[in-house]
Design a protein around this ligand. Structure first.
Ligand SMILES: *Cc1c(COP(=O)(O)O)cnc(C)c1O
Length: 395
């Protein structure tokens, strides 16, 4: 890691240390699927290093794109610096990243996972079905230590949680995991981003992102990434090399560019989200607002201590249940009715029908809940659109 500069500076410059030496100002996109081999011996040594999870051999060859790609490597370097982790490993999607963590833990003979709900619907579904051969125990935040067994390979949490933004105390969870030599704590940091929260500072071993969301930030890249220590990064690269989930270099280029504006986007979008959340608490058609920037949604006082701000996702429970929620989503005009989040434009969606559809009944979000990802539009235009949709639905 380079000497620690301020986060905004790192966002702009990280992962670009080799560019001046190449005589370029922006990262080149290397699309080679295969690379010339200098000779059989060095080619073999490079292959061996990369296929077993190592980093490229200096002055060697990258052999084959499924093993390594320099454009993807620069994005990984940048993300690792922002998360204050030793390394990062990028995947073709957030779910590919989470799958690789489960597979890597199982490869160490630890197939049991302790997980705290709520989680992203896809993660919940993957763990609940045991599709990858894992076995899950769902635990309340304070019951994680009691749920850990000798074969527990991961503790999986998300904070803020999806979709209702519950906050978890990461330092407390890391202590329950047994500290640095205990069970690895995996934190899905998609909602917070490294701008608002760096879970490794509080004891997380694996920091996962659906980079599809804020890191890309423009709704045009599907990607995932895990920031972690050197040992886990090697395990994940090994899994990635054989399961084939590496991130494509064009996507990596866009993500690396997206990181440069991440701090600005997050701050502006969070400011707008706070204004909208405050206003929504006073709206007669709204039963409840879920937003970590509202005092009642942060009972452990984690904003300012663990997170530097509440972020730009909020959820509302509307009066009138499923039908009213469906009418609000359908009546938005400026705001797009679509899944996903973290882009420059504002999205609204109904978690119980969509993102959290596969979640078991008792853990599924209530049918009256809508989730909003606040974008970069003028906040008053957003307020007008929402007010009209809420009024139309109440009528
Ligand atoms: C979208 C999302 C995922 C899954 O990521 P993909 O890139 O869609 O595979 C995982 N966790 C959270 C919190 C998400 O929002």
């Amino acid at each position: 890691m380079r000497p620690m500069t301020a986060l905004d500076t790192r966002a702009v410059h990280a992962g670009r240390a080799d560019l001046a030496g190449l005589g370029v100002h922006v990262p080149p996109i290397d699309l080679s699927t295969t690379n010339p081999l200098p000779d059989v011996e060095l080619g073999g040594a490079c292959y061996e290093a990369l296929a077993t999870g190592g980093l490229p051999v200096a002055d060697g060859t990258h052999v084959y794109q499924r093993l390594w790609n320099p454009t993807t490597g620069r994005f990984e370097q940048a993300l690792a610096e922002l998360e204050q982790c030793e390394q990062a490993v990028a995947f073709a999607s957030g779910m590919a990243a989470i799958s690789a963590c489960i597979i890597a833990a199982a490869a160490e003979g630890r197939r049991h996972v302790v997980a705290v709900r709520p989680l992203y619907g896809g993660t919940d579904h993957l763990l609940a079905t045991g599709l990858l051969g894992s076995e899950v125990s769902w635990a309340a935040p304070d019951e994680v230590a009691a749920a850990i067994r000798p074969d527990t390979g991961l503790v999986v949490v998300e904070t803020p949680g999806n979709p209702t933004l519950e906050l978890l105390d990461l330092a407390r969870l890391a202590r329950q995991c047994g500290g640095p030599d205990g069970v690895p704590l995996l934190v899905d940091n998609t909602f917070a981003t490294p701008i608002l929260q760096q879970p490794a500072r509080f004891g997380a071993t694996l920091v996962v992102h659906s980079a599809t969301k804020y890191l890309g930030g423009h709704g045009d890249v599907l990607a995932g990434v895990v920031a972690t220590n050197e040992e886990w990064a090697a395990r994940l690269r090994r899994v990635r090399a054989v399961t084939g989930g590496i991130l494509h270099p064009l996507a990596a280029y866009l993500l690396h560019r997206g990181l440069q504006t991440l701090p600005l986007r997050i701050r502006h979008q969070s400011d707008s989200a706070q204004k909208l959340a405050d206003w929504l608490t006073t709206h007669p058609a709204v039963e409840r607002v879920y937003y970590p920037g509202l005092a009642e949604c942060d009972p452990l006082h984690l904003i300012g201590r663990q997170m530097s701000g509440p972020g730009a996702i909020l959820a509302v429970s509307v009066r009138g249940g499923l039908e009213a929620a469906a009418r609000v989503a359908g009546a938005c005009e400026l705001i797009t009715h679509a899944v996903s989040l973290g882009g420059v434009d504002t999205l609204i969606q109904h978690p119980a029908s969509l993102t959290h559809r596969p979640v078991a009944g008792d853990a599924k979000p209530h049918a009256s809940v809508l989730r909003l990802s606040i974008g970069l539009e003028d906040v008053d235009d957003l307020r007008v659109d929402l007010a009209r949709a809420l009024d139309a639905a109440a009528r």
